[in-house]
Design a protein around this ligand. Sequence first.
Ligand code: SF4
Length: 93
Amino acid sequence: MSNKLWDDRCRRCGRCCYEKIEHNGQVYYTDVPCLHLDLETTLCKIYSERHLLQPQCLPLTADMLHRGILPGDCPYVSEIVHYNAPELFVEEV
Ligand code: SF4
């Protein structure tokens, strides 16, 4: 698949651009956005340089899809059977 076809699967919703926590093999989303995420457009403000300027932003490769970091209805993973989607992190008070 070409890079363009691969990138075109993204709907630019920005939901994968929130801080995550991994615990016992389960990924949890927090409500803390990446500092480079434009909350109005839901686009990355440094997209072309994101891997350089934000090393925690990992390239989205086919191998990454099974790590459970994308929301279950994201086009990259929505057809993966038994996909382990992230849960929302809820802080206990
Ligand atoms: S969750 Fe999926 S569709 Fe939304 S920005 Fe991330 S990769 Fe793109």
